[in-house]
Design a protein around this ligand. Structure first.
Ligand code: IMO
Ligand code: MG
Length: 419
């Protein structure tokens, strides 16, 4: 069977948690393949709300197995808190989660390095979530990292100390005042907690299960934050595009089935970096308010702007998206006019390509639509949708050349139209 993939196509926060939770009903296995606790995937059902950080969004589905894949970076301390919180609601997390031995560990000193790096960059900072993501992936690539499977080794503490001392040296060179041993007791307690989970050889596990079960891969962040294809250096440190699912789980490209691409009917971004359609006026303010656009992880207000179809089409191309999923169009219910960016003017030239130069002066060219001025939140059937809204969707499908298969009209599991 196939590995279907859910991806955010913008700058993160597209609503991946809700969609994975909705789709998870059809998949016995859900797997995270990259990122770490920089993610904040929100789920709402039966009057309850959760923000998931490292735990896959299939956790609340009975009988679903949730894989933390080898492409993920795992912070034992945050993971333990997150799991204990879920456990307290009666969910047997240790039965539902398995963890790849090859996933890399985030140490407390990785978080300190993240903060030191950002402080050193001053005004040019990335706007990182400061969860230690960049430094952990750096250690992975420079072959200094510690992996989940290492916690079972008899010399794990010595290996931990070696890496911690290396970090301490780097921090002191950066003149970053801190105590690298402050969270050590918490870290080792959380490592013991990790030992209560089934640690797996992810590539064997996944390929074996795929013989007779479909698996849903849950991306974190978004395509425009991809380490290769995002607006470098204002990106995260992992591969957020579809190919990342192959590397992050040990699956061949030929095993990929549906690629579900999620986007919001407008755009948001947290942290620094280019955002061509960003609004600095009351329209942007209105989007932030109606969409409740404040970070699920950091609480930061998100930057808001109109939908950017140039960037979206780029993301569709990179990942070979087969099915689009549109989120939060109900947040546009009260707008007289709705704009979508269909090309850019870069250095006086019109283009429909995302430019290489992250610092280029990009002006968006908009196509305007008459707003539908109706409450969409109660719609559960496509036939109930207003004509203006259907015209808007048709325009997007023609531009992106991919069908919009799911329309979400509210945070709850049930506020979803399947087409
Ligand atoms: P989910 O999965 C939105 C952003 C940060 C920063 C940049 C680098 O909830 O969509 P990092 O901590 O990764 O070094 O930060 O990436 N960022 C996200 N923005 N949603 C996320 O995750 C994000 N994860 C990282 O704000 O600009
Ligand atoms: Mg987020």
């Amino acid at each position: 069977m196939k590995l279907d993939v859910v991806l955010g196509l913008q700058w993160g926060d597209e609503g991946k948690g809700k969609i994975v939770d909705v789709l998870a009903g059809n998949y016995p296995i859900v797997a995270r393949f990259q990122g770490g606790p920089n993610a904040g995937h929100s789920l709402h059902f039966e009057g309850k709300s959760f923000v998931l950080r490292s735990v896959p969004s299939g956790i609340f589905r009975k009988d679903a197995i949730n894989i933390v894949g080898n492409g993920v970076v795992l912070d034992p301390i945050t993971f333990r808190k997150e799991c204990e919180n879920i456990e307290s609601t009666g969910v047997p997390v240790k039965e539902r989660i398995v963890i790849a031995k090859k996933a890399h560990l985030i140490l407390p000193t990785h978080r300190l390095l993240d903060a030191a790096n950002e402080a050193a960059m001053g005004k040019g900072k990335i706007g990182s979530t400061l969860k230690g993501i960049g430094p952990t992936y750096t250690d992975k690539v420079s072959r200094n990292g510690l992996r989940v499977g290492d916690i079972l080794a008899t010399d794990f503490e010595a290996r931990y100390r070696k890496l911690r001392d290396r970090h301490a040296k780097m921090l002191s060179q950066m003149e970053y005042a801190c105590d690298p041993s402050a969270e050590e007791a918490d870290f080792f307690a959380a490592v013991e907690y990790l030992k209560g989970f089934r640690l797996i050889d992810c590539e064997y596990f996944v390929n074996n299960e795929l013989k007779d079960k479909p698996i849903l891969a849950e991306g974190a962040q978004g395509s425009m934050l991809d380490i290769d294809y995002g607006s470098y250096p204002f990106v995260t440190s992992s591969s957020t595009a579809c190919a990342g699912a192959c590397i992050g789980l040990g699956v061949a490209p030929s095993q990929i089935g549906h690629v579900y691409g999620i986007f919001k009917a407008y755009c948001t971004r947290v942290g620094s970096g280019p955002f061509p359609t960003e609004l600095f006026d009351e329209t942007g303010e209105k989007l932030r308010k109606i969409g409740n656009e404040f970070g699920a992880v950091t609480g930061r207000p998100r930057r808001c702007g109109w939908l950017d179809l140039v960037a979206l089409k780029y993301a569709v191309m990179i990942s070979g998206v087969t099915d689009l999923i549109m989120m939060k169009s109900d947040c546009l219910d009260s707008f007289e006019t709705i704009k979508v960016c269909t090309s850019y003017i870069v250095d006086g030239q019109e283009t429909s390509q995302v430019p290489f130069d992250t610092y280029a002066d990009i002006r968006p060219v908009y196509t305007e639509f008459k707003g539908w001025n109706a409450d969409l939140t109660g719609c559960r059937d496509e036939k109930e949708l207003p004509a203006e809204f259907r015209e808007y969707i048709k325009f997007m499908e023609d531009y992106l050349e991919v069908p919009i298969k799911i329309i979400s009209l509210g945070p709850d599991r049930d506020a979803t139209i399947m087409r």
